[in-house]
Each structure stands twice: as C-alpha cells, then as structure tokens.
Design a protein around this ligand. Structure first.
Ligand SMILES: NC(=O)c1ccc[n+]([C@@H]2O[C@H](COP(=O)([O-])OP(=O)(O)OC[C@H]3O[C@@H](n4cnc5c(N)ncnc54)[C@H](OP(=O)(O)O)[C@@H]3O)[C@@H](O)[C@H]2O)c1
Length: 294
C-alpha cells in the first residue's frame, strides 16, 4: 500500500488526513505548529517532526499549506522535503498557489530528483470527508495515474489539465467563482434585510430557480443565522484573491470584478473578520450598511 505523507494539517490537510486514515491508509503527518499534527494521532496517523522525515517515510507526499512561500519552506527550507528524497518520491501540491510559482517549484523539485504534480481541489473539508471534491491535475499524467487510486478516496472527479501549473491555474479560475458568489449572496441577504424582506424567503426563491448554487443551498442558511464557523477562512480567501491578482498581472490581463472583490475582502480582513469563514463577508457588508453592530 502507498505510504502517504501530509504536510500542513490546517482545515484542508487535516480533512485529507482523516479521510485517508478512515479509508485504511498509512498516513504520516507534519505541521509547523506541532499540536495540529499531534491531534491526528487518535485517528491513527504517524506524526513526523519535519518535512524531511515525512519524505523519508513516504512514497507520496501531499503538501497543503498556505501559499507558495510556505510550499518553498517545507520543500526546500531546513529539514525540508528534498532532504528526505529517495527514488520514486512524488509530491502532490494541493495548496492554492500561482501557476508560475507552481512551475518554478516543480522545476526545483525535478532538479532534486523528485516529481511534483499539481493536485489542488474544489470543495472544502466537508466534501473531502465524503470523498467528493474535484481534483484539478497538472504535470506528468502517468505519475498521477499511478496514484489516482489515492485521490479517488478524496475526490469523485479528476481533470488532468496539462503540464505543471495548469492545475493551479484552474484552481484560481475556480476561486474567482467562490469569492464573487459569496459577495452576491451576501449583498442579496443585506438588501433583503434592509427592505424588510425575510432573507429565508429570498433564499427559498433563489433556490427554486436556475440561479441556485451549492453555496446558496448549503451555506446560505448558515449565513442568515450568522454561523460563520470556518472551514475556509476569510483571510485565506483574501490570500487567494491576491494570488489571482498576481497571476492576472503576470498574464497582462485585467480582472475588474476580482480586483474589487479583493478590496472588499481586504477591508473585511483588516476590520477584524479575518478568522471567520469566508462567507462571513456577509457580516462585514451588514456592518458597512449599518445593519448590525459587530
Ligand atoms: N479550507 C478549504 O476549504 C480549502 C479548499 C481548497 C483549497 N484550500 C487551500 O489549501 C491551503 C490550506 O488551506 P486551509 O484552509 O487548510 O488553511 P489553514 O487551516 O489556515 O492552514 C494553513 C496551513 O499552512 C501552514 N503554513 C502556513 N504558513 C506556513 C509556512 N511558512 N511554513 C509551513 N507551514 C505553513 C499552516 O501551519 P500552522 O498551523 O503552523 O500555521 C497550516 O498547516 C491554502 O492554500 C488554501 O487556499 C483550502
């Protein structure tokens, strides 16, 4: 059986670890803040004290950290993955990062005899736990196919999109949708409240139409109740919008709606909403509108 390593056990990495452990895999985890990795022992995980030790112990190492800088640190920093390299080691990079950084990181891994594939996912911890995320793959297709059975336990759809960077590029395309859908839903709820309409009726109507989304069905009711328990934090959404802006600049294009969204999430982050769920952008918009005191 494939020995799997997971580096980064935040919201997403933790869910991936639990899903793979619950489906009978051998999993070794590492997290910069050790207690988050330690808490996975009760699910059967081995806990390593460095990315190097994870790499030594595993065939396939999944990295799920904040951004490209964090990937570089766990890969090439002190006691990083490359220090634990061995024949056949594969890294599956699942963080949301810029495709240009992705290609550079893959190249640097390759110079160290390690193959990296992009494996970012659409869907959060709740869907990982059910094995229902969508995996967007970039890089060597044969290498991915060798480990596809592992990803079948996490995701129910897989798209191989091309060379390194293409999986991460598609993930940015997807996250534009998430950021803007959350804003549209929030402004709808805020306007409904201000107009003395029942926001639940707004959702009921929306969800009876062609325009409903998974977000309006699943997150909408929680948003109305003010339940912003995070599975994907607002500051992480803002980080992704920064990555989208950076990619747009490098590609020489303008994404006006994403740029505006970035400014709104930035204001929310610096107004104390950073650590709640990204759908908590509703609480910020309500506050800006004078509807609610935070
Ligand atoms: N949550 C989701 O629904 C979701 C869905 C798809 C993609 N993603 C992407 O997955 C990645 C992880 O997101 P998350 O929601 O799991 O975030 P999170 O809960 O905030 O976890 C972030 C992880 O990155 C680690 N990290 C940050 N900076 C680091 C550094 N310099 N060196 C080493 N480790 C570092 C953190 O370690 P510490 O614990 O030590 O801070 C933690 O393990 C992000 O790129 C995010 O955009 C998330």
């Amino acid at each position: 059986m494939t020995k799997i390593g997971i580096i980064g056990t935040g919201f997403l990495g933790r869910a991936v670890a639990i899903r793979l452990l619950n489906t009978g895999h051998e999993v070794t985890v590492y997290n910069r803040t050790a207690k988050k990795a330690e808490s996975l022992r009760e699910f059967g995980a081995e806990v390593a004290s460095s990315p190097k030790d994870v790499a030594r112990a595993c065939d396939l190492v999944i990295t799920v950290v904040k951004d490209a800088k964090a990937v570089e640190e766990v890969a090439f920093g002190k006691d990083g993955i490359v220090e634990g390299r061995h024949d056949g080691l594969v890294v599956a990079e699942m963080s949301t990062i810029n495709p240009i950084s992705s290609r550079k990181i893959a190249q640097k891994f390759s110079e160290n005899g390690i193959t990296m594939i992009d494996t970012p996912v659409m869907g959060g911890p709740n869907l990982v736990e059910k094995g229902e995320v969508v995996v967007m793959i970039g890089g060597d297709k044969k290498v991915y196919e060798k480990y596809k059975k592992v990803f079948d336990f996490i995701g129910n759809k897989h798209f191989h999109l091309g060379d390194n960077g293409s999986g991460h590029a598609m993930k940015l395309v997807m996250n534009i949708q998430i950021a803007i859908l959350a804003l549209g839903l929030s402004e709808g709820i805020t306007l409904a409240r201000a107009a003395s309409l029942n926001p639940e009726t707004f959702l009921e109507i929306l969800n009876s139409t062609y325009f409903k989304t998974g977000m309006s069905v699943n997150k909408g009711p929680k948003m109305i109740k003010g339940n912003f328990e995070p599975t994907f934090s607002l500051k992480m959404m803002k980080k992704d919008l920064d990555t989208i802006s950076e990619a747009a600049k490098q590609l020489g294009i303008s994404l006006p709606v994403s740029s505006l969204a970035n400014r709104i999430y930035q204001d929310a982050e610096s107004s104390g909403f950073a650590d709640i769920d990204y759908t908590g952008i509703l609480a910020f918009i309500d506050k800006m509108s004078g509807l609610k005191k935070n």
